[in-house]
Design a protein around this ligand. Sequence first.
Ligand SMILES: Cc1ncc(COP(=O)(O)O)c(C=O)c1O
Length: 392
Amino acid sequence: MATALIAGLDAALAARRAAGLERRRHPIASPQGPRVTVDGRELVAFASNDYLGLANDPALVEAVRDAASRWGVGAGASHLICGHFEPHEALETELAAFIVPCAGARALTFSSGYLANLAILSTLAGRGDAVFADRLNHACLNDGAQLSRADFVRYPHGDMDALERALDGSKAPRKIIATDAVFSMDGDVAPLPRLLELADAHDAWLVVDDAHGFGVLGEGRGSLAHFGLVSERIVTMATLGKAAGIAGAFVVAHPSVIETLVQTARPYIYTTAAPPLLAQAARTALAIIRDDAGRRAHLAGLIQQFRDGARGLPWPLLPSLTAIQPLVVGDSGAAMRVAEALRARGFWVPAIRPPTVPQSTARLRVSLSAAHSADDVAALLAALRSIAAGLA
Ligand SMILES: Cc1ncc(COP(=O)(O)O)c(C=O)c1O
């Protein structure tokens, strides 16, 4: 017989299911890519964050093979004990030279972007300080703010006047403005130049989460390069699990920020280092990001093709110029039905529902990759049009 504890969980799970909010995992039987095999069927996938098509790139697969024979598979310890390897060190040097938020910046690698954001915010802010955050920021920036115990002030998405008022009214000794650079479920780019002006005016840190801009914008250097921004008050991070195709993450900032993270950030210190083979493969990914502009050019063409083709659909397209192209359906159940109809036609596009996005803004998150062809995008648009015609 289920205990009351289990019964409580089961009741909450049933309520979730009834509200159309149950989430499912789908084991994939192929590598990540524009075509994946799921439940014995091949689907054309517009679902991953593999924006440059590197997750199954032969050069990266080879790099991992070589690195595994040279470095083994596990780091064996946290960075500060004995898990910091030459590939980590080399990757940090190369990242710092590529993404230059300020003169002489240093980089620090993490096992995940989630941990990097927890580390940044809990290190730069504490009780009595204040974190100012865009309402659509990624969950891990929010969780980092909670972990820091600072006051957590959220401003409406992109509302620079509201942010300015909040900063003006704050007496916090240390202030942090934290923002996604490219919003993960909307695809739009934060007004980073204005955010830096406000940070300058209020002597605040500007923490920029460039998970979706790194590799794609600013000739691969990311959103700061896209706008040409440089400042000692910028702390930027990105994951290596999206455009770079692998896993892990990094922070780039003034050397004093990085040294403080190394010395004091609990999400850096108290976790096993990512395997050195991943750091070594990330060096290959970084070289491709730096040198292969062709992938970004192809992706830009697909983005334009999708936006042109999606105009007549009944679901509004958000103002995004990035690889994330959401179609807003509104109701969670309706978004699920469109996603299922796409799946029946051989396409995998995830329906994103609350609480990941605000209530009544459930959407199809179409994500494009340099690994897609123009024919893939044309076929998706045709399927969306046929589903829309069936609803009319
Ligand atoms: C904006 C943003 N920040 C951070 C993360 C976390 O990065 P990671 O997957 O490396 O933990 C993600 C996605 O996973 C993200 O979309």
